[in-house]
Design a protein around this ligand. Structure first.
Ligand SMILES: Cc1cc2nc3c(=O)[nH]c(=O)nc-3n(C[C@H](O)[C@H](O)[C@H](O)COP(=O)(O)OP(=O)(O)OC[C@H]3O[C@@H](n4cnc5c(N)ncnc54)[C@H](O)[C@@H]3O)c2cc1C
Ligand SMILES: *[C@@H]1O[C@H](CO)[C@@H](O)[C@H](O)[C@H]1NC(C)=O
Ligand SMILES: *[C@@H]1O[C@H](CO)[C@@H](O)[C@H](O)[C@H]1NC(C)=O
Ligand SMILES: *[C@@H]1O[C@H](CO)[C@@H](O)[C@H](O)[C@H]1NC(C)=O
Ligand SMILES: *[C@@H]1O[C@H](CO)[C@@H](O)[C@H](O)[C@H]1NC(C)=O
Ligand SMILES: *[C@@H]1O[C@H](CO)[C@@H](O)[C@H](O)[C@H]1NC(C)=O
Length: 541
C-alpha cells in the first residue's frame, strides 16, 4: 500500500518541457497521445522533431513511423519507470527499444508511442562491459543490452578472450541480435548467439510482485537464466522485443585466436557445394586429425560482371576476378564456399598443412581456391569496411528489402531450381547486394527459446541481402521477394522467416507454428497489454 501511494505521487506532467530548451512552435508536444510521465524522467523524454524524426526510420529505409516521444535513458531504472507509466495509464502507450535500428521493416519503430534510444544508457557512466577472466566456472562478459558487438569484441580481446558466436556485421546491439537469434558462419559449431548467453537482466512485468491495486507490478528489473525466471529467459531469447527490455546479458567467451586463414572456393554445381558445406559442419574434432574450419558460409556468385556494387568482389584481386568472370560468362549460376580457420601466431607453421588437408576433401572447381590471411579482428569486422565504401558511394542509406529464410535441407535443391535458377535467373545482376546460403545444425539451437527454425536437423539460411537505388528497383525486389515466398508456399517448403517482415497475426501463427501457444502465454505473462515492440506486427489483427 505504501508502495502504491509513492508510485502515484511521483507521477507528474512533464510534457510541457522547459521552454528554455525548446522554444520554437514545432517542438510543442502533442500531449493527446501520451499520459503523464514520472518526474524522474524529466529532461530525458524528448518530443522535439529532431528526436522523433531520428527515431522514425531504420536500415530498411522502406517504412517510417514517427513516435510521440523518445526516451534517452541514463539508467536502467528510467526504462522501468517508462514501462510503469504506460502500464498504469488507462490508455497505455506503445514502447519499442531501439538498438541500431538495423531492422528492415520498422520492427524497432512505434507510431505515436515512445522509442527508447538504448545507446543513451552508455553515456557518461562507467563502462557497461565487464569481463570475467576467471575460467571457473567459465569465462564470460556482462554487457549492457545497448552495447555494440564490436565494442564487446574489443573489450574481451584485451584479456585474450572473445565471444564465440557472431553476426557478419558487428555494429549491432547485443539486445537487438539476442531478440532475433544472431547467426553467422560460427553458428554450426556454437549455435546462434542466443545459445551463448548464461543470464539476462530484463525490464518487464514482475510475476512475483502482485499489488492489490495494480495487479502484477510491471516495469521491474528481473534477472533470468535457465534456472531462475526461466520462462522469461527463454521467452526473451529470439523474442523480438515482445516480453521485456534486455538491459544486461552475460555472454559466453572462449580463448581468442590471433589470425585467420580465410578462403573462398568456387563451385558450379549445387550438389557438390552443399555436400561440402554439410560435410564441413558435421566434422567432429576427432574425425579430422587436424580439426576443421571454424566458420562456414557461402554465397551465390550472382554477378556476371563482378564490377557492379562490388560488395562480394572486393575480397578478390583484379586478376582473380578476371578468372572468375571467365566462368560466369559461360554459365549463369555459381556458388562460393567461404571458410575460415582460426589460429594463434605460435601455430602459424602448421596452418598451411592443416588447411591443405581439409581442402583435399572438397570438390570445388580445380584451381578455384582463393586464400587470404588476416587478423581475427579484421575478419570479424570485415563488413565495416564494405559499409564505409558503400557510404562513400551513397549506397548505404537506401532501401534494403531484405528477405532471410531458414530452409529445411531437404528443400534446398527445389529452392535452387525454383528461385536461384528460375525467379532470379537473368536479372539479379542488375541489383546490388549479396545472396548468402549456408547450413546450420538444429540441435545447436535450444527449442525452449522463442526463435522459430525448421524441423530438420540440418537447415539452411538463405539471405537475399539486396538493396535498391530507386523506387522502381525497390518495388521490383519487393515483388520478387513475394514471388519467392509464393513459390515456397506453393511447393510446400516448410521454411521459416528470419528477421521477418510478417504483416499480421495470422501469418505469425504460421511462422511460430507449435511455438505459438507458448509465445502467446508468455506475452500474457510479461506484456499482457501488448505495448512492447509493436512494429513486429505479431499482435496486429
Ligand atoms: C548490415 C547488417 C548486417 C546484418 N548481419 C546479420 C547477420 O550476419 N546475422 C544476423 O543474425 N543478423 C544480422 N543483421 C540483422 C540484425 O541481427 C538485426 O537487425 C537485429 O535487429 C539487430 O539490430 P539492432 O541492434 O539495430 O536492433 P533493432 O533493429 O534496433 O531492434 C530489433 C528489435 O529488437 C527490439 N530490441 C532492440 N533492443 C532491444 C533490447 N535491448 N531488449 C529487447 N528488445 C530490443 C526492437 O524493439 C526491435 O523490435 C544484420 C543487420 C544489418 C543492418
Ligand atoms: C496528436 O496526436 C493525435 C493522436 O495520435 C493525432 O490525431 C493528432 O493529429 C495529433 N496532433 C498534432 C497537432 O500533431
Ligand atoms: C535539430 O537538428 C539540427 C541539425 O542537426 C540542428 O541545427 C538543430 O539545432 C536541432 N534542433 C533541436 C531543437 O535540437
Ligand atoms: C531513406 O533514406 C534517405 C536518405 O537518408 C532519407 O532521406 C529518406 O527519408 C529515407 N526514407 C525512409 C522511408 O526511411
Ligand atoms: C556450365 O554448364 C554446362 C551445361 O550445364 C556444364 O556442362 C558445364 O560443366 C558448366 N561449367 C562449369 C564451369 O560449371
Ligand atoms: C560490366 O561493367 C562495366 C562497368 O560498369 C560495363 O562497362 C560493361 O559493359 C559491363 N559488362 C557486361 C558484360 O555487362
Amino acid at each position: 500500500m505504501v508502495r502504491t501511494t509513492s508510485i502515484l505521487s511521483i507521477f507528474f506532467i512533464v510534457l510541457a518541457i522547459s521552454p528554455s530548451i525548446f522554444t520554437t512552435r514545432e517542438v510543442i508536444p502533442n500531449t493527446t497521445s501520451l499520459p503523464p510521465f514520472p518526474r524522474e524522467l524529466f529532461g530525458k523524454i524528448r518530443v522535439d522533431p529532431n528526436s522523433t524524426n531520428q527515431a522514425s526510420t531504420d536500415f530498411g529505409n522502406i517504412t517510417r513511423a514517427i513516435p510521440a516521444a523518445v526516451l534517452y535513458p541514463t539508467s536502467v531504472n528510467d526504462i522501468a519507470l517508462l514501462i510503469q507509466a504506460s502500464y498504469s495509464s488507462s490508455n497505455p502507450f506503445k514502447i519499442a527499444a531501439r538498438g541500431r535500428a538495423h531492422s528492415t521493416h520498422g520492427q524497432a519503430l512505434v507510431l505515436d508511442g515512445v522509442v527508447i534510444q538504448m545507446s543513451s544508457l552508455n553515456y557518461g557512466g562507467a563502462s557497461r562491459i565487464d569481463v570475467s577472466t576467471n575460467p571457473h566456472p567459465y569465462y564470460f562478459a556482462d554487457v549492457g543490452g545497448e552495447q555494440l558487438w564490436i565494442d564487446v569484441l574489443r573489450a574481451t580481446l584485451l584479456h585474450g578472450l572473445t565471444p564465440v558466436s557472431w553476426t557478419d556485421y558487428l555494429d549491432l546491439t547485443v539486445g537487438g541480435t539476442l531478440s532475433n537469434a544472431g547467426i553467422s558462419g560460427q553458428a554450426f559449431r556454437h549455435g546462434p548467439q542466443i545459445s551463448n548467453v548464461y543470464e539476462l537482466d530484463v525490464v518487464t512485468r514482475n510475476l512475483l510482485h502482485y499489488d492489490a491495486r495494480y495487479g502484477y507490478r510491471t516495469g521491474e528489473i528481473l534477472t533470468c537464466s535457465q534456472q531462475v525466471n526461466s520462462e522469461l529467459y527463454y521467452g526473451v531469447l529470439g523474442g523480438l522485443g515482445q516480453f521485456g527490455i534486455i538491459t544486461r546479458a552475460r555472454i559466453a567467451l572462449g580463448q581468442a585466436p590471433e589470425r585467420v586463414r580465410w578462403l573462398r572456393l568456387i563451385y558450379g554445381d549445387l550438389m557438390k557445394f552443399t555436400k561440402d558445406q554439410e560435410y564441413l559442419i558435421s566434422l567432429k574434432g576427432e574425425d579430422m586429425s587436424r580439426g576443421s574450419f571454424d566458420y562456414v558460409e557461402g554465397t551465390l556468385v550472382n554477378d556476371a560482371n563482378l564490377t557492379t556494387f562490388n560488395f562480394w568482389a572486393s575480397f578478390f584481386s583484379k586478376s582473380e576476378l578476371g578468372r572468375i568472370s571467365v566462368l560466369t560468362a559461360q554459365n549463369a549460376t555459381f556458388y562460393c564456399l567461404e571458410v575460415v580457420k582460426y589460429y594463434k601466431t605460435s601455430e602459424a607453421s602448421n596452418i598451411d598443412q592443416d588447411v591443405a588437408s581439409l581442402l583435399k576433401q572438397l570438390s570445388f572447381l580445380p584451381g578455384y581456391v582463393f586464400p587470404k590471411d588476416v587478423t581475427y579482428t579484421d575478419f570479424l569486422y570485415r563488413v565495416h569496411q564494405e559499409e564505409e565504401k558503400l557510404r562513400a558511394q551513397g549506397l548505404w542509406e537506401i532501401p534494403h528489402p531484405r528477405l532471410n529464410l531458414f530452409l529445411p535441407k531437404s528443400s534446398i535443391v527445389e529452392f535452387d531450381h525454383g528461385v536461384f535458377k528460375s525467379i532470379l535467373k537473368g536479372n539479379y545482376e542488375t541489383m546490388g547486394g549479396l545472396i548468402l546460403i549456408y547450413p546450420m545444425i538444429k540441435h545447436k539451437w535450444d527449442e525452449r527459446t522463442s526463435a522459430a527454425i525448421p524441423e530438420e536437423e540440418i537447415f539452411y539460411t538463405v539471405g537475399l541481402l539486396r538493396f535498391a537505388t530507386n523506387q522502381a528497383d525497390l518495388k521490383y525486389l519487393e515483388d520478387q521477394n513475394r514471388e519467392i515466398l509464393n513459390f515456397c508456399n506453393g511447393a510446400g517448403i516448410k521454411y521459416k522467416q528470419y528477421l521477418s517482415y510478417i504483416e499480421d497475426n495470422a501469418e505469425w501463427k504460421k511462422q511460430l507454428g507449435e511455438k505459438w501457444d507458448i509465445f502467446y502465454q508468455r506475452k500474457m505473462s510479461f506484456d499482457p497489454k501488448e505495448i512492447l515492440s509493436p512494429g513486429q506486427n505479431i499482435f496486429t489483427p
